[in-house]
Design a protein around this ligand. Structure first.
Ligand SMILES: [Zn+2]
Ligand SMILES: [Zn+2]
Length: 225
């Protein structure tokens, strides 16, 4: 709340405001039906064109270009929310995999972390060169400051950051993410976002229902303990 009111009173430059006006994730009315949870600075949102059931996004309320650009004051909140997503996924689906395009290959230019219940990854990231092992959000920020664009992949064991090379990106999609998505989906072929949007309606309804159950049960557990 506090953060929101300070953000709205910020004196952004006109160009900054222009970007926000064009930005899907800044337009609350566009994503409102997909919002599953809000914390002080973050939103948990069902992806509008899910690759699998459970495909959700963690999006800062304020406009940042990518998580490398997000203030360290949000680190704890992000960590907590990722833990909550992990508990949800492990109860209803499978282990989480987190994925960020960075600015590289983004379709919405507002920081968002994709959460997929498609883990564990069978591909051994340790043996996939070019990536840098990441231990905290601070590592992502310093990489972003020094090197700019990146993309990011994390499962329950490791987090890796990659330089924005098209061949590395394609290789990770083809050899790591793609097979894990296919293994957890009834669709075995790559589908366009428009197709996923139509096919995704029941998946979105289902994940939102399950999330409500999950939150209800967690709250009941907290009360009884
Ligand atoms: Zn935005
Ligand atoms: Zn994305």
């Amino acid at each position: 709340m506090q953060r929101q009111s300070s953000a709205s009173s910020d004196t952004h430059s006109t160009s900054m405001l222009d970007i926000k006006r064009d930005c899907t994730f800044c337009q609350i009315d566009r994503i409102a039906p997909l919002i599953m949870k809000e914390t002080q600075n973050l939103r948990l949102v069902a992806d509008h064109a899910p690759l699998v059931e459970g495909h959700i996004l963690i999006i800062p309320k304020q406009h940042y270009t990518c998580y490398g650009d997000v203030s360290s004051s949000l680190d704890d909140e992000l960590f907590e929310l990722k833990q909550e997503v992990r508990r949800f996924f492990e109860l209803y689906y499978a282990e989480p995999v987190y994925w960020e395009h960075g600015i590289f290959h983004q379709t919405v230019f507002h920081a968002h972390l994709h959460c997929f219940p498609i883990g564990p990854l069978t591909y051994d990231l340790e043996h996939h060169g070019h990536g840098q092992r990441i231990h905290s959000q601070e590592d992502i920020r310093s990489w972003h400051q020094q090197n700019g664009h990146y993309f990011y992949l994390e499962d329950t064991h490791y987090g890796y950051l990659f330089p924005p090379k098209p061949e590395t990106y394609s290789s990770i999609i083809k050899n790591v993410l793609g097979p894990a998505v296919t293994a957890h989906s009834s669709y075995k072929q790559w589908r366009l976002p428009q197709e996923r949007q139509i096919d995704g309606k029941p998946l979105i309804a289902s994940v939102i229902t399950r999330w409500k159950e999950f939150e209800h049960d967690e709250q009941a557990d907290a009360r009884s303990s």
